[in-house]
Design a protein around this ligand. Structure first.
Ligand code: NDP
Length: 461
């Protein structure tokens, strides 16, 4: 007799855990399958350890600025092994918390790989047992995509970057998206000679152009050698253990590590979706409707495996909406239209809503407010880095269309202003808000006349 469940969740990451826990709380009999560790990419080899590395990498600058406030101290020393060990300890703690949360909600945790064998059955690959499920939720997340380059297997992805035995003297990061800029900042901050090679004209495609330019400029000022329009053609192992890297332009250089941060793809391998006629999108993700239901009515999918917005908070919302709709009779749909997000590059980025280019393409009259200034912590030192606040509004309705912040705590600030933007705030609403002084964020409520305007997408004044 095979075990029977109301819901079998495949993948105990952000989306799967939230859905499993809530469904069980609403009375469903739930099992969650995980082949690796509880917590998924975000907790185990993504957002959380990445942010810990980012925090570690920012200390040299803090030490530098501290001197301008009168502090003196000996030469600070960094120990990579200590950071790794402490990071691993924290990840273990968080994984334990995930286990407790699931256990307390009466979700059965099964440490095995799940393979769908039909609309209502999942096989445990190691144990060989087949589970029966009224519904199946696929929440298997994503996995790094590495381009087909000769010798690419010599490089690493972010997965391995969290476990390097030692930091290389020189690193090459390939890509210009979230992970590439964040890891370039981490490596450079920790003293590694860092090159970032990106195939396009400017890093961070899709972000506001002012943000892209400013981040690239400041990353360069912090020592990252950003090379745009640059493609890698071949990797080879050098006799000294380094990686000889050939570029498409003919250059050949040696690096201790080459890291591919060239995007992620839905993790579908061996999942057995074909046994239940689950259709995929053109980009190879699981096709779902607004309720995260696949083309097989008993199978749902949430998170990165659906390629809607590959962000933990989005996966959590999708998992929660699924549980609300299916197990609490509360029809819930996630709004993917306005997602505040932060990039923990150095400098940090916070962004919500449209870029200037997007607003110009969609609105006839657009007001653009731009303010750059040196953050207070730099004013006593000679550090040149500036902050950016950019506000984009509809010239006709006064509605805020986009906010873009670059500099310290941009991620924290964008979460707050994201609330106002999602409520439909106008520029007048921001103006009416009394400033908190002296802060950087007060800039958002003290922007006076537009820096310039767009009419039908063209800059007019
Ligand atoms: P991104 O999609 O952000 O960036 C991928 C980068 O790789 C782009 O610059 C892309 O170039 C480049 N690229 C893609 N294919 C190739 C190729 N064949 N050869 C050379 N370059 C290539 O992916 P990431 O891996 O950085 O991150 C994955 C996702 O994880 C993000 O989209 C984000 O949703 C999420 N994430 C979020 C974070 C956060 O919230 N702070 C942090 C980390 C990840 P091009 O621009 O030309 O396409």
């Amino acid at each position: 007799m095979s075990r029977k469940y109301d819901l079998v969740v495949i993948g105990a990451g952000s989306g799967g855990v939230r859905a499993a826990r809530m469904a069980a709380t609403y009375g469903a009999k739930v099992a969650i399958l995980e082949e690796y560790r509880l917590g998924g990419t975000c907790v185990i080899r993504g957002c959380v350890p990445k942010k810990l590395f980012v925090l570690a990498s920012r200390y040299p600058e803090t030490f530098d600025v501290a001197k301008s406030f009168g502090w003196t101290f000996g030469e600070p020393e960094f120990n990579w092994e200590t950071l790794l060990a402490n990071k691993d300890q924290e990840i273990d703690r968080l994984e334990g918390i995930y286990g407790n949360i699931l256990g307390n909600a009466n979700v059965e945790v099964i440490r095995d790989r799940g393979e769908i064998t039909g609309p209502n059955s999942v096989k445990l690959v190691k144990a060989g047992e087949e589970l029966q499920a009224e519904r199946i939720l696929v929440a298997t997340g994503g996995t790094p995509f590495v381009p087909e380059i000769e010798g690419a297997e010599l490089g690493i992805s972010s997965n391995e970057a969290f476990h390097l035995e030692k930091l290389p003297a020189r690193v090459l990061v390939n890509g210009g998206g979230y992970i590439a800029v964040e890891f370039a900042g981490i490596f450079a901050g920790l003293g590694v000679e860092t090159t970032l090679a990106y195939r396009g004209d400017q890093i961070l495609r899709g972000f506001d152009d002012t943000v892209r330019d400013m981040v690239a400029e400041q990353m360069r000022a912090r020592g990252v050698d950003i090379r745009v329009k640059t493609d890698i053609s071949k990797l080879e192992k050098a006799a000294n253990g380094n990686i000889t890297t050939s570029f498409a332009n003919g250059d050949v250089e040696e690096y201790g590590q080459v890291m591919f941060a060239t995007g992620r793809k839905p993790y579908l391998q061996g999942l057995g979706l074909e046994t239940a006629d689950v259709e995929l999108t053109a980009r190879g993700a699981i096709k779902v409707d607004a309720h995260s239901q696949t083309t097989c009515p008993s199978i749902y999918a949430v998170g990165d495996v659906t390629d809607r917005a590959a962000l933990t908070p989005v996966a959590i919302r999708e998992g929660a909406a699924f549980a609300e709709t299916v197990y609490n009779n509360n029809d819930t749909v996630v709004d993917h239209s306005l997602i505040p997000t932060a990039v923990f590059s150095e400098p940090e980025i916070g962004t919500v809503g449209m870029s200037e280019a997007e607003a110009g393409a969609r609105y006839e009259n657009v007001n653009v407010y731009v303010s750059t200034f040196r953050p207070m912590q730099n004013t006593l030192s000679t550090r040149p880095e500036k902050m950016l606040f950019k506000l984009i509004t509809d010239g006709d309705s006064d509605k805020v269309l986009g906010v873009h912040i670059v500099g310290p705590s941009a991620g924290e600030m964008i979460q707050m202003v994201g609330i106002a933007v999602s409520m439909g705030a106008t520029k007048a609403d921001l103006d009416r808000t009394i400033a908190v002084h002296p802060t950087a964020a007060e800039e958002l409520v003290t922007l006076k006349a537009p820096s310039y305007q767009l009419k039908e997408g063209e800059r007019v004044a």
